[in-house]
Design a protein around this ligand. Structure first.
Ligand code: 5GP
Length: 191
């Protein structure tokens, strides 16, 4: 496969913006897209499984992989928790003839698109407001008061980077946001 046919789709958004729902919709509809499974040092939540949602690894292993240059990008997304995209994971997906979709944080997304300017599509999913985002995170019931505050603060910060992305999609209506994201991706991949 020619190297420039190896495209990357990045979907970034503050936590609670609906990017996971949008990503799930795309993956169900298009088998030629494949979710890039990141490495992460946080503990699995609820039903999460190792190798499916993340490669859950220790901080020691994560740091070792940084030294080995195994990541295309990595960030300490939340205090004490590292997340990173493995080169081997992108290779695995490209070797299947598929296009990886990366659900990563805003800083990681910006680093990555700087590295692959010609074959990256970066999409920023914008929540209707920070207040709405807080409501969504509360109703998800997975956050402690501290982690909720952490995510809400980070969301405001991340929103200030939205203009660094190729496309911004407002998620005030999930169905419409899914269909707009789908159109943008189809155009990018020439489908
Ligand atoms: P969560 O802990 O809710 O699963 O994810 C927290 C945040 O980490 C989300 O915004 C998610 O997009 C981001 N994230 C997941 N994997 C990666 C990664 O490989 N790199 C970066 N930079 N962020 C990631």
């Amino acid at each position: 496969m020619a190297s420039d046919s190896r495209k990357i789709i990045i979907i970034a958004a503050p936590s609670g913006s609906g990017k996971t729902s949008i990503t799930r919709f795309l993956l169900q509809k298009y088998p030629a897209l494949s979710l890039s499974i990141s490495a992460a040092t946080r503990k699995p939540r609820g039903e999460e499984k190792d190798g499916v949602h993340y490669h859950f690894i220790s901080e020691e292993d994560f740091k070792h992989k940084i030294e080995e240059n195994a990541f295309v990008e990595w960030e300490m997304v939340y205090e004490g928790s590292y997340y990173g995209t493995l080169k081997a994971e992108l290779e695995r997906i490209w070797n299947l003839g598929k296009t990886p979709i990366l659900d990563i944080d805003v800083k990681g997304a910006i680093h990555l698109q700087d590295q692959f300017p010609n074959r990256c599509l970066s999409i920023f999913i914008e929540p209707p407001s920070v207040a709405e985002l807080k409501k969504r995170l509360e109703s998800r019931g997975t956050e402690t008061p501290e982690s909720l505050a952490n995510r809400v603060n980070k969301a405001s910060y991340e929103l200030s980077f939205k203009n660094h992305f190729h496309k911004n999609i407002l998620n005030d209506d999930l169905e419409r946001a899914c269909s707009e994201t789908e159109q943008v991706i189809k155009e990018f991949l020439g489908w």
